[in-house]
Design a binder for this molecule. Structure first.
Ligand code: SF4
Length: 197
């Protein structure tokens, strides 16, 4: 597998400060794709054991709340073969971190409906991913103010709850609370470990 980019301090692709990995290779070819060069499976650099170690080291910093996989398409089978064992490493080292994944495949019809019965790697991926943002990017349904999505057709899905329920359960953003900081008389707004899952 090749990858296009590793983004540190990412706040656009899931709640809280995250490390995001943009993998190469995507067969969906959505019109208006933001990342056309990553359709090519050979684009970017080889994803090696050293690359994995760099990401794991970066995630040790206490301000990171999550790790996000994007593409390209993380659920292309050749990418799953590399990402499933890597996600295992991430989850084992950071059991409480939130792991998100963007996929053009539909969670119910394609990922759990077609891939899961066929490939062990899909079951592995779903074991470690908390949330999947699913669906192709549809230019006609693009909206700039959508939280963590590019187009309205895309869904933000809680993986574990959905697998238990046998249908897609949508993720709800955490509510913000207000706290008063002792040393500072001003009230400040913070998210409740929002950051989290
Ligand atoms: S799934 Fe994502 S990377 Fe693939 S073509 Fe669509 S927008 Fe581009």
């Amino acid at each position: 597998m090749n990858y296009a980019d590793i983004k540190k301090w990412d706040v656009a692709n899931g709640p809280g400060i995250r490390v995001s990995l943009f993998v190469s290779g995507c067969t969906h070819r959505c019109k208006g794709c933001f990342n056309e060069e990553a359709w090519d499976f050979e684009y970017g650099k080889p994803f090696t054991k050293e690359t994995e170690d760099i990401i794991l080291k970066e995630l040790e910093k206490s301000y990171y709340k999550g790790f996000t996989l994007l593409g390209g398409e993380p659920f292309e089978y050749s990418n799953q073969k590399v990402l499933a064992p890597f996600l295992k490493r991430v989850r084992e080292k950071f059991p409480d971190i939130s792991i998100w994944c963007y996929s053009g495949y539909l969670f119910d019809k394609e990922i759990t409906g077609k891939m899961l019965p066929k490939w062990a790697e899909t079951a592995e991926m779903l074991k470690y991913i908390d949330v999947i943002v699913d669906g192709r990017f549809v230019e006609e349904q693009k909206k700039v103010n959508l939280l963590f999505r590019g187009s309205e057709n895309q869904r933000i899905i809680e993986v574990r709850k959905s697998l238990e329920a046998g249908r897609p359960i949508l993720w709800e953003p955490p509510e913000y609370i207000h706290v008063v900081v002792d040393e500072n008389p001003h009230e400040v707004g913070v998210a409740p470990e929002i950051c989290g899952k």
